[in-house]
Write a protein that binds this ligand. Structure first.
Ligand SMILES: NC(=O)c1ccc[n+]([C@@H]2O[C@H](COP(=O)([O-])OP(=O)(O)OC[C@H]3O[C@@H](n4cnc5c(N)ncnc54)[C@H](O)[C@@H]3O)[C@@H](O)[C@H]2O)c1
Length: 334
């Protein structure tokens, strides 16, 4: 049975540990806050460690390390695990910046191990279906696309010490909206040029970056796009949507988490019988992206069982980070 360890025993780690216990074997957990590591170890009947070096030194039989620590540690924790001969499943975003992400890919290549990044929104039924029809050419040439990310993250959410910091959180495009940006470029293709304006309206003194931004995109295939994003949607998450205008059709995937097909008008085609989307992750106080982590585990477990399969999603994850970095570097900050 494939053996896992989880580094970082916070909100999203619960999802991982529960799924690992269902589908594989949980050999150990690790958190710098000792009580958290011990609580997890007790709850999931496994061993606890308080730093990743001890874990990697002592747990020789682990096959996969799940990196569920703050964003700013993803590169360090993934590279250490790969250098100890472990495969890695890293939470999103892959890392804070393309340089670190490339170092992770090189470490995986050197070690001959696999590096995966969690991209659970790709499994949302309307996302799967629209991706399919774009590939089949049903929308024809894509003219333009609008990504709207309107969520709420209030001051209480940012009481968690790493959240809101530049070095560990990185920004709302990394922490809240990288899933959406991943789906955007997965569907439409690479982006050539970006222009962006951003500002912090309602979180001054609370976060070290913007809470709202507007981005213009020119894709390599000529399509134009925008990203409108904010964490100031009053009291609740309101919308996470992609609208695509093609020469043969218009579609909008919406809901709060890209979980509903809200509009379709496609020449000689109709999307029918979409399976029901899973629920969003609920962290008592705020909601995150769709809870498709079970599909992420099915994907990596299948991938790891097939030794002829050398593919992972690391290169695609790098492209998401590159785009976020490009947007942030070029931004006009008001
Ligand atoms: N895929 C998703 O939908 C999704 C949802 C939520 C969070 N995430 C990602 O998961 C990661 C964790 O987010 P969270 O919301 O669970 O945060 P969290 O704050 O609830 O948990 C992070 C945990 O990591 C621990 N930690 C900090 N430094 C550490 C270190 N050096 N070594 C070991 N543990 C350390 C903290 O003590 C904390 O318990 C982030 O990268 C976040 O972006 C992904």
């Amino acid at each position: 049975m494939i053996q896992f360890a989880v580094v970082g025993c916070g909100n999203i780690a619960k999802k991982h540990t529960e799924l690992i216990q269902k589908k594989a074997f949980l050999a150990a957990v690790c958190d710098v806050v000792e009580d958290r590591a011990n609580d997890f170890a007790y709850r999931y009947n496994t061993k606890s460690y308080y730093n990743i070096d001890d874990l990697l030194k002592k747990e020789n039989d682990i096959d996969v390390v799940v990196v569920a620590s703050p964003n700013g540690f993803h590169a360090e924790h993934s590279i250490k695990s790969l250098e100890h001969g472990k495969h890695v499943l890293c939470e999103k975003p892959m890392a804070l910046g393309a340089k670190q992400s490339r170092r992770m890919i090189s470490a995986a290549e050197r070690a001959g191990k696999k590096l995966f990044v969690v991209k659970q929104n790709r499994f949302n039924p309307p996302v799967v279906e629209v991706k399919k029809i774009i590939e089949k050419g049903k929308l024809g040439k894509i003219y333009s696309v609008q990504l709207n990310c309107f969520w709420n993250r209030n001051h209480e959410y940012y009481q968690n010490p790493w959240k809101g910091t530049l070095d560990l959180d990185g920004g709302v495009l990394y922490t809240q909206f990288s899933h959406f940006i991943d789906v955007l470029i997965w569907m439409i293709g690479d982006v050539k040029e970006t222009k962006s304006v951003m500002t912090n309206f309602a979180h001054k003194g609370v976060i070290e970056f913007e809470d709202t931004g507007i981005v213009l995109l020119e894709f390599a295939n000529g399509a134009l796009g925008t990203i409108n994003y904010t964490i100031n949607s009053f009291e609740n998450n309101m919308e996470g949507s992609i609208t695509i205008f093609g020469e043969k059709g218009t579609v909008k995937i919406g809901g709060e988490y890209l979980n509903k097909l809200e509009y379709q008008n496609i020449q000689n085609y109709h999307i029918d019988n979409l399976p029901t989307a899973s629920e969003a992750n609920d962290y008592a106080g705020y909601k995150g992206s769709m809870s498709n982590h079970d599909k992420v585990y099915d994907y990596i477990l299948d991938n790891l069982k097939d030794s002829s399969n050398t593919s992972t999603n690391a290169e695609e994850s790098l492209r998401t980070v590159e785009l976020i970095e490009q947007i942030y570097k070029g931004a006009i900050r008001l």
